[in-house]
Design a binder for this molecule. Sequence first.
Ligand code: AMP
Length: 249
Amino acid sequence: MKVLVCIKQVVDHKVKIRIKPDRSGVDIADCKLSINPFDEIAVEEAVRLKEQGQIEEIIVVSIGGVRVTDALRTALALGADRGVHVSTDSLLAPLTVAKTLAAIARIEQPALILAGKQAIDDDCNQTGQMLAALLAWPQATNASTLILSEDALQVIREMDGGMETLCLQLPAVVTTDLRLNTPRNISLPNIMKAKKKPLTEMTLQQLGIDPTSRLTLLKVSEPPQRAPGIVVTDVDALIHKLKNEAKVV
Ligand code: AMP
């Protein structure tokens, strides 16, 4: 059984982002980039399934510019077997990403596709759902537990009111939530081994994907600055302020 894991490279969550002076996007030129945290969890889950002998091969796929190969090498060091880099410098909308991933899925024929529930750069939370729809495969989003058997998959997901258990037939698409697992640290020998693992490069053209977006990015701007808070002297002062100055929303 093969598992395809989709990974997006994003600005590291510890970096304070800067907006380009012309407001055309986030300046990533000198930024540390990392695997989207939810995708790292997806890779870890695939590696655990392989260690338990439930799957044979883990393929990681990432779409983006040349720096994306670092994310793929990291995923290979975590335990994936081979990588596919779909190279493009275009800013792709989630539907185009999903179409590209669907094209890769048709070539690789995995039994399971794992993706993050959302990418922390644009928080779209769309790609996994669109991918499942394009392939007409069952889907489970925000998985916090995953139990795989020969031809079916049980997924537990957290909802506002409790936990939901879904049973899916394979092949299926699953997106990961934070509580699914804690990714392991990468050892130096595994970093060295990852350099020798196969990494193939493809283009959108080879996959028959048109990168033209139906979305237009108008501008990127910082959120408005919040007015600084104040410290009140006692509870009576707080109650007075709440009664007289609090805005009713
Ligand atoms: P989004 O819908 O943009 O929030 O992304 C959800 C998930 O789709 C991510 O966590 C990744 O697993 C996958 N994904 C998004 N963009 C890419 C990309 N450029 N390459 C590979 N996977 C991606």
